[in-house]
Write a protein that binds this ligand. Structure first.
Ligand code: GAP
Length: 492
């Protein structure tokens, strides 16, 4: 497996258990593309399930699955064709490309220049060009001079069918599929405001410098929920659930101009750090997700308010969810007040009316969006859950039961036909109850405990010779390594 330039704290397990790995490895890999192996895929699916449980089932969203190939007109309407670019400079000597805002960010972080870091967010292309010259930044590979900065388009572009004019792109976000379908869905399902539509799927960005394993890749999975509402209406309930009790929740929050600390959602609204109650509800739901993922301690995450200068073209207020990782704070989600920007743009460009009735008037709904990057989230979880294991002699992952790839490992104490038969019965029993489990009889029992700990399996059941006599097994806890003896009929 190919080594990456910066590692996750869980890299050793990720690599030797093939949790995820560079795609096209036998052809030396292609930067920015990663594949999930069987264990990583189970963890990924479990994250999806946690998201689906909260953002689809509990919220009562309509979940849809739209195409990843998108005709140009859609992305012209959304503004992506015109604005979805990053600043690029190339080395005049060796041709290496650099994403200039990230290059300057790293430079100021290394020199610990906090003011320059804040200023950087406000700079346009010309401003960044000046900073490159002022600070004498050169190619990091060969020391060559850098070219003038240009805009590099981040969407993958191609031709749909035989006609050259039929331009298509791989979607840069899953959200546009939801906006384009809103009119039809509202007709079929009689959507009433407020209402949510959700989607999980691949998004693609031709990143200039993919890096740090899953942190910045060119193909990734987004879990997005768009909440449609009437901005004039009072937001007291959502699908019958009261919003007021949610506002008592305290979360770690960093205002753009203030101190990071615990704030109640009510306080965030009063201080106008967030624009409305449905926005508060999105923070609430993301926090509930963090709890299930085992990363809700305030030392591990922050909801950060974004400066006005940094807002995307469609947004009137953004709060990012950042998780602390080996690479510093990592943005894993963005909550955005997209107003009626997208629906109005699609109405204008398609020539079709997109509106719903609310309180006796026709209106284009406003939107609050909770957009979560699954791969970055998975990276952050693994990075935070790895345990050194000095005492037991191996590293292991402390994953919550909902996240773990299997809940139980089942082991015959040693290679013995009777023990193996008994262990197979226990495995069947668990599977029959819909509990995820696997069986292994290869290697010493200590080695097998190590291997199940490594991938975060919470419990290991061992069948020994007593099991054959009295139908009891030992159950070992991953977290404490303690073992208790139980009758097979009582294990779950
Ligand atoms: N629909 C809004 C939207 O796409 P975004 O902040 O550009 O907003 C949302 O992306 C999330 O998608 C990010 O918070 C991040 O977790 C993930 N993401 C974006 N670009 C990514 C990349 N190149 N590699 C991995 N994840 C990425």
């Amino acid at each position: 497996m190919q080594k990456t330039e910066k590692q996750s704290r869980a890299s050793s397990i990720i690599e030797h258990r093939g949790i995820y790995y560079q795609a096209f490895n036998i052809y030396s890999g292609v930067s920015g593309f990663y594949n999930y192996g069987p264990i990583g895929l189970k963890i990924k699916r479990n994250i999806e399930n946690i998201w689906r449980d909260i953002f689809v089932e509990q919220l009562g969203s309509l979940e849809i699955d739209t195409t990843t190939i998108t005709p140009e007109i859609v992305l012209m309407a959304s503004g992506h064709v015109a604005t979805f670019t990053d600043p690029i400079a190339k080395c005049k000597k060796c041709g290496t490309s650099y994403r200039v805002d990230k290059m300057l960010e790293e430079f100021y972080e290394t020199s610990n220049d906090k003011e320059a870091l804040i200023e950087l967010k406000k700079l346009n292309k010309e401003g960044m060009q000046k900073k490159i010259i002022e600070n004498g930044l050169k190619c990091q590979k060969c020391g060559g001079e850098l070219s003038n900065i240009e805009d590099f388009h981040l969407m993958f572009k191609f031709q749909i069918g035989q006609e050259k004019e039929n331009v298509g792109y791989l979607r840069p976000e899953t959200a546009q599929g939801i906006f384009v379908d809103f009119k039809d869905l509202s007709k079929i399902f009689g959507i009433k405001l407020p209402s949510a539509i959700a989607q999980i799927g691949k998004a693609y960005r031709n990143e200039i410098s993919p890096r740090n394993q899953l942190v910045r890749v060119r193909e990734f999975t987004q879990m997005e929920t768009e909440i449609f509402f009437d901005p004039q209406a009072e937001q007291t309930t959502f699908n019958g659930v009261e919003i007021e009790p949610m506002l008592k929740l305290e979360v770690n929050f960093g205002p753009s101009d203030g101190e990071e600390r615990l704030y109640s959602l009510k306080e965030l609204l009063e201080k106008k750090y967030i624009p409305n109650r449905l926005f508060a509800m999105c923070i609430y739901l993301e926090f509930k997700m963090l709890e299930k993922l085992g990363i809700s301690d305030k030392s591990l995450y922050v909801f950060r308010q974004i400066n006005k200068e940094e807002l995307p073209h469609y947004s009137k207020g953004n709060v990012d969810l950042e998780i602390r990782t080996i690479h510093g704070n990592l943005e894993v989600s963005g909550i955005a007040y997209r107003t009626d920007f997208d629906l109005s743009q699609h109405a204008k460009t398609s020539g079709k009316e997109i509106s719903v009735m609310s309180n006796g008037k026709k209106l284009v709904p406003h939107v609050v969006e909770a957009s979560i990057g699954l791969d970055r989230l998975l990276f952050s979880i693994l990075d935070n859950s790895v345990q050194e294991g000095k005492e037991r002699g191996w590293e292991w992952l402390k994953l919550t039961e909902q996240l773990a790839p299997y809940k139980y490992a089942v082991f015959p104490l040693q290679k013995d036909a009777d023990l193996e038969k008994k262990a197979a019965e226990v495995l069947e029993l668990l599977k029959g109850k819909g509990i995820s489990a696997y069986m292994s009889s290869t290697g010493s029992i200590g080695k097998r405990y190590a291997r199940s700990d490594e991938i975060g399996v919470p419990y290991a059941i061992t069948c020994d010779y007593d099991t054959l006599n009295n139908n009891t097994v030992t159950i070992r806890s991953r977290d404490t390594t303690e073992q208790i003896r139980k009758d097979i009929s009582n294990i779950v």
